[in-house]
Ligand binder design. Sequence first.
Ligand SMILES: Nc1ncnc2c1ncn2[C@@H]1O[C@H](COP(=O)(O)OP(=O)(O)O)[C@@H](O)[C@H]1O
Ligand SMILES: [Mg+2]
Length: 167
Amino acid sequence: MIISFGNIKGGVGKTTTTAVLAHLLTNSTYDKKILCIDFSPQGDLSSILLNTYEYTGDESHTISDVLFNDIEVDDAIQVLTDNLHLIPGDWELVNFNKNAITSYNKDYQKSLLKSVLNSVESVYDFILIDTSTDMGLILDNALIASDGVIINSKPSAFRANEHNKIC
Ligand SMILES: Nc1ncnc2c1ncn2[C@@H]1O[C@H](COP(=O)(O)OP(=O)(O)O)[C@@H](O)[C@H]1O
Ligand SMILES: [Mg+2]
């Protein structure tokens, strides 16, 4: 099953939830096999997981390389533990729209990630995709690749002030 964590509002806990859920699901109680995909240009999920698991392997390719630079998906997977794998994100994801439009025809631009994940989906119990606040084709790709989406939210009071008046 493929699940995205999505909300175009930032700072609501998407990345933290993705990392914690991956960590919990791969522990000995649940023993699930998880692939995390960092689909955010900031690479926060990659940082959290690489730090947490003290990954010392070779620097690998990113999801951008898989989608736009002809890198095979297996060559971009970092094995953090037997059960927890990661495809990192990188800053090049800010150019997702431009890269998708120049590299692929219109019918295919929204399903690039889905087609890549088809080949590895059966290996994992869950694939967890951390998204960013970016809209457009990058979000379309995450949602179309997913069976479901978890929408984090963070309630806060609306406060009127001098910059925020109705008359
Ligand atoms: N459940 C939570 N309780 C308190 N703080 C949280 C919680 N989840 C995330 N945070 C904190 O909120 C901030 C934003 O979280 P983050 O996961 O980066 O959000 P997003 O990915 O949606 O931008 C971080 O400093 C994180 O440590
Ligand atoms: Mg985030």
